[in-house]
Design a protein around this ligand. Structure first.
Ligand SMILES: [Zn+2]
Length: 500
């Protein structure tokens, strides 16, 4: 009885299919993003964004998931995009993570990602999606966005919260990263074109989009070369073809000096970069009012994002191989050099960028000078095979857990050989315009007894250099510069020991 029943089902299915094919095809209306629907007059509010994401969920390869809840109870949402049956299933695909609006008063990145999502829902990006699985977080800081302010409602700069991860928004993003380990990430922002330092020199930065590379010397040199030598020229030429102005992201003032942006591993780009991710920051031109020239701002940001995606799709196997190789190198741990202090110097590179003269408004080119285009190490140490953290330093244990660092919690007691830093003096120092304590140290071999609750963290893991940056007392971007951890440098001995 079974065989005929199946053939009935089959023939019924076939008839339905033929009937469907016979029906006149009605083109599906193209999904528009909220900002398109408003004619680029209104920013997409939190509620409108959530409603838009709801319509996307399950449509055009998109799955929407909440990654965090803000202090005001709003959701930070992610969209997993794949043309495979399940996200992450095709291990030959490259994974790319895009996130925007960590700063609530920089809305054009969010709008660009909604434009991109509407195109994805319309199946316009299927060629790219045949090579890439995409993770999109359009709005990292909904509370700040609703308040039209840079920081969160509880006054946190999310883009300086990637080391301690005290905010639910950044914790959610790092959990998402740790779930999928994307090979490529892009953090999307806006820059202020109306800086006094520039206009006093007779011009303003008028470029549509700036793209920033990794600058921290603890990210792989091979990845930094690949970003500037391969990815950047591709996106640059695509942007020119699209009619948008574009150059590498620079900060500073013509009256003083110009340099690449911060080496701080506490931001969205560098925090993933030091895990040897091909990581970028993008800065679109901001408006005097948040809505000024919104269409060009959103479309130019979207064009640059799509250009990067096209580059990644075209070189997906090469990038996967490169990132996998550089991440494997991190697992070596012991003996890896970790750069603890670094600064920007004149390196001799020539850079010419489009600028706008004031007050004439004439567009022209400017050769950037003085240009501090080279980051050099000022202080380097070798990683030990591990660190010992006394159990009472619970704040550090929490940070390690937020970063998914593999660690052992000691049970019982055991004797170990270790190296302690004896603190001889501590001087205040300034690098990149930021204060940090600079200790003078002497290393001393010691024998210690570990007790229940102490933490042993080995450096033979992907977060090896992250551990050095976080825990070494001389690290300009390390724990010692943060409120709540200044006591680490106040005793005779630095309480975190190195395992030789
Ligand atoms: Zn920003």
């Amino acid at each position: 009885m079974k065989a005929p029943a199946r053939s009935v089902v089959r023939s019924t299915g076939l008839c339905a299919l033929l009937l469907l094919l016979a029906l006149p095809v009605r083109p599906q209306p193209r999904l528009q993003s909220p900002v398109e629907r408003s004619g680029f007059e209104r920013l997409t509010s939190y509620d409108t964004l959530q409603a838009f994401l709801e319509t996307l969920d399950g449509r055009g390869h998109c799955t929407v998931r909440r990654i965090a809840q803000t202090h005001k109870g709003r959701s930070v949402s992610s969209v997993l995009v794949t043309s495979s049956p399940r996200f992450g299933e095709d291990t030959l695909k490259l994974r790319v993570m895009l996130f925007a609006q960590q700063h609530g008063d920089e809305p054009s990145g969010k709008e660009a990602l909604t434009l991109l999502l509407a195109r994805i829902a319309g199946l316009d990006l299927d060629r790219i999606l045949s090579r890439i699985d995409l993770i999109i977080v359009p709005q990292m800081n909904p509370d700040g966005s609703e308040l039209r302010q840079r920081r969160t409602a509880d006054d946190v700069d999310l883009n300086r919260n990637h080391l301690l991860l005290t905010s639910p928004e950044t914790r959610g993003l790092h959990d998402l990263f740790d779930t999928w380990w994307p090979e490529v990430t892009m953090d999307i922002h806006e820059y202020g074109p109306n800086s006094r330092a520039w206009s006093d020199s007779g011009f303003v930065k008028s470029v549509d989009v700036q793209l920033g590379m990794l600058t921290n010397l603890n990210s792989s040199g091979a990845l930094r070369v690949y970003e500037r030598g391969s990815a950047f020229p591709f996106v640059d030429s695509t942007m020119q073809k699209c009619g948008y102005s574009f150059h590498e992201y620079i900060v500073g003032s013509p009256e003083d000096f110009i340099r690449y942006s911060t080496t701080e591993p506490n931001d969205g780009r560098q925090s993933f970069g030091i895990l040897n991710t091909l990581s970028f920051i993008q800065e679109g031109r901001g408006g005097t009012e948040l809505e000024d020239g919104l269409e060009r701002r959103a479309r130019s940001q979207c064009a640059s994002i799509e250009a990067l995606l096209a580059f990644c799709a075209g070189r997906s196997a090469e990038i996967r191989t490169l990132v996998a190789r550089e991440r494997r190198a991190l697992v070596a741990g012991r003996g890896l050099p970790v750069v603890l202090c670094m600064d920007h110097f004149v390196g001799g590179r020539k850079m010419i960028i489009p600028v706008r003269r004031v007050p004439s408004g004439r567009d022209t080119l400017w050769q950037v000078h003085p240009l501090h285009d080279q980051v050099k190490p000022l202080c380097t140490r070798s990683l030990p095979s591990g660190y010992i953290i006394p159990g009472e330093l619970t704040g550090i244990r929490e940070i390690l857990d937020r970063h998914h660092v593999q660690r052992e919690i000691v049970v019982g007691s055991r004797r170990v050989d270790a190296v302690a830093y004896i603190i001889e003096s501590v001087q205040p120092d300034t690098l990149e315009g930021e204060w940090h304590p600079r200790p003078s140290l002497r290393a001393e071999k010691v024998k210690r007894v570990l007790r229940t609750g102490d933490i042993v963290v080995r450096t033979d893991q992907t977060r090896s250099l992250f551990l050095g940056i976080l825990l070494e007392p001389e690290s300009m971007w390390g724990l010692v510069k943060y409120d709540g951890f200044s006591s680490l440098l106040q005793g005779r001995e630095y309480p975190i020991l190195r395992i030789p």
